[in-house]
Structures are given as C-alpha cells and as structure tokens.
Design a protein around this ligand. Structure first.
Ligand code: F6P
Length: 330
C-alpha cells in the first residue's frame, strides 16, 4: 500500500490547512493512504500519528478547515530533534507504519529536521511555510502574503486614530531576522517609513529620515519597525526626544500569524502540494518546493541553506527601491 505522512512544523502560518487539504485530495486520487503527525517532530517521536479517513464527512470537514488559519495538526518547536536518538525513534515509528514518504510544511528549522530524516531513506518533501519569508531559495512561502495583508489592515486602523490625534505610531512587526514582512506591507500600504535591517544600518539614519520628513512638512503617522532591529518600546523615549514628536507604540505580535489565508497563499499552497505529490509519485527524492516568478521549482533539500537573501530577485529589489524612495534614503 502506498502511504504518505504530513506534518506542520515551526511557527504556524495561514495556508497550512489549505496545503494539507490539497495534499490529501491529490494523494487519495493517486491511491495513497494519508497519515498525519500531530505536533510536528515531537509528535513523530512520540508516535502521535493518525490516518485521515476517506469518508464523505471527513472530506467535507477538511475542506471547511482548509480556508481557516493555523494548523489543525498542531505545531511544537522541538530542539531535541537534533539528537540522533530522537531521529531514530522517529524513523522507527514511520517504518512500523510502512510510511516511506513524508511531507513537511514549515520554515528553516523544520527543513533541517526533514533533511535529517531523509538520511535514513525516507523520501522527504519540504513545503515552505513562514510569515517571515526567510527561506530565500523560494520567492514566496505560504503565509507570507496573508501576514502582509494583516499588517496593512492593522496599521491602517492605527493610522485612523493617529490622524485624528496628530500623532505618530511605531508599529512593530514580526519576521525574525528578516525585514520582508514590513517591507512588503510598508510599500503596498503606503506607510510613512519602513525601518528594516535591509535598509538601515544605524539608528541615526532613521532619525535623519524622520527629521527630513518633518522639515518637508510631511505627516508621519505609521513607522513600521522590524523586530529584527529592535522592539518599539526600546525606541520610543529616545526617538521622541530626537524628533520632538508624540509617539505611541503597538506591537502587532501574534495577530500577524493568525487569520484565514489570502487567495495568493491558497493558490501557492495548492501548487506546492501538487509538486510534492508529483515528486513522490515519480520517485524524486528529498526536495524543497518553491516558486520563482510564477514557476514552481524543486530544489535538493540540502541546497536550501546556501541561499542567504533574496538579493538578485527583481521583485524583491524593486520593493527595496520603493521602500528607499518612501523613506527618502539612497
Ligand atoms: O518564525 C515565525 C515567527 O512568527 C517570527 O516572526 C517570530 O519572531 C517568532 O516566530 C515568534 O515565535 P513564537 O510563536 O514562538 O513566539
């Protein structure tokens, strides 16, 4: 019997459920039995594995879940999986169920775990999911665009009240060490300043940016601050003195990871699922799936780490150029 297992790992992101549903649909059509692993690598080690049924009710239930945020499989960060002892337990659990194919949905850390499992002969396919968009071998990861929409939506709400009170807000966004979430949200949402490590190397340049805008009589309402640089509370008091403006701080936090996926994420979730299943069917082993300028790609899992930024990608570079124009920096 042909069998596959699916797990969602790392920080959740909108579109995970959509991708699981697509894999399930395609796999059933191709005659696979579909297993799910609860709570990522921890669940795999603890043998927390169950089979997805093929009944009409199950199909309907999964279809309804597919447009919801989060992951119904759960996700747990599990550092211990670096240890061989845990990897062997995981492999035994898969082997006992005769599962030779595993699809891992997640980010950088999840792909590392997936790669370790591939060394034991399991065919592992990695599907990129992260709101940070910091898997640089792929132009987009599932969840990123939904999070961009959330940041825009929330920041616009904050902007309404900042406008009324002639104030400025520092809005902190997630992204881990990567500034792409505020970069895309800031450019698409036309906010006033985008403070990200990809553009700013020092606090004093931010002060110059804002003071130039103030001298030009520009109203500054929303400054997006990447968590990769600092927390907004750390910035507030000093910045209030340096630009002589009343400032409010909002940390958007986990709201950025929630909510239903946008159309773009549902669409790429389907395409990535299709590619992962194609690879499994064709016996193409251990790939990371991605997208570049509309083309779906499959890269060796062990090459993922060699991509250190999106430099060279024309869309990314265009966004950096636009953000610099917004900020008024060269
Ligand atoms: O990697 C996704 C991410 O949301 C980052 O943007 C953020 O820094 C981190 O996870 C938050 O992690 P946690 O959910 O463990 O607080």
């Amino acid at each position: 019997m042909k069998r596959i297992a699916i797990m969602t790992s790392g920080g959740d992101a909108p579109g995970m459920n959509a991708c699981i549903y697509s894999i399930y649909q395609i796999a059933l059509k191709k005659g696979y039995e579909v297993f799910c692993i609860k709570d990522a690598f921890k669940g795999l080690v603890e043998n927390n594995i169950f089979q997805l049924n093929k009944t009409k009710e199950d199909k309907l239930y999964l279809k309804q879940l597919s447009i919801q945020g989060g992951t119904f499989l759960g996700s747990v960060r599990f550092k211990e999986f670096e240890q061989e002892e845990y990897q062997r337990k995981a492999i035994n659990n898969l082997k006992e169920l005769n599962i030779n194919n595993l699809i891992v949905l997640g980010g950088n850390g999840s792909f590392k775990g997936a790669f370790e499992l591939s060394k034991y002969g399991i065919n592992v396919q990695g599907i990129p999911v992260t709101i940070d968009n910091d898997l640089f071998y792929t132009q987009y990861s599932i969840g990123f665009m939904s999070a961009v929409n959330t940041v825009i939506d929330c920041s616009n709400k904050i902007k309404d009240t900042m406008n009324s009170h002639h104030r400025m807000a520092l809005v902190e966004t997630m992204g881990n060490k990567c500034g792409e979430l505020p970069l895309f949200a800031g450019v698409i949402g036309h906010f006033d300043c985008i403070y990200i490590p990809e553009i700013y190397s020092s606090y004093s340049t931010l002060v110059t940016t804002l003071n130039n805008k103030i001298s030009n009589k520009e109203e500054i309402r929303i400054v997006l601050v990447s968590e990769a640089i600092c927390h907004v509370e750390e910035l507030k008091d000093k910045l209030e003195k340096d630009i002589k403006k009343e400032i409010r701080c909002v940390n958007l936090g986990h709201i950025q990871r929630g909510g239903n996926p946008c159309e773009f994420d549902i669409n790429i979730a389907k395409c990535f699922a299709k590619q992962a299943m194609f690879n499994i069917e064709c016996g193409i082993y251990n790939k990371a799936i991605g997208i570049e300028d509309g083309e779906i790609l499959s890269l060796p899992l062990d090459e993922v780490d060699t991509y250190k930024s999106h430099n060279g990608n024309s869309t990314y570079e265009h966004f950096i150029k636009l953000a610099k124009e917004i900020n008024g920096v060269k």
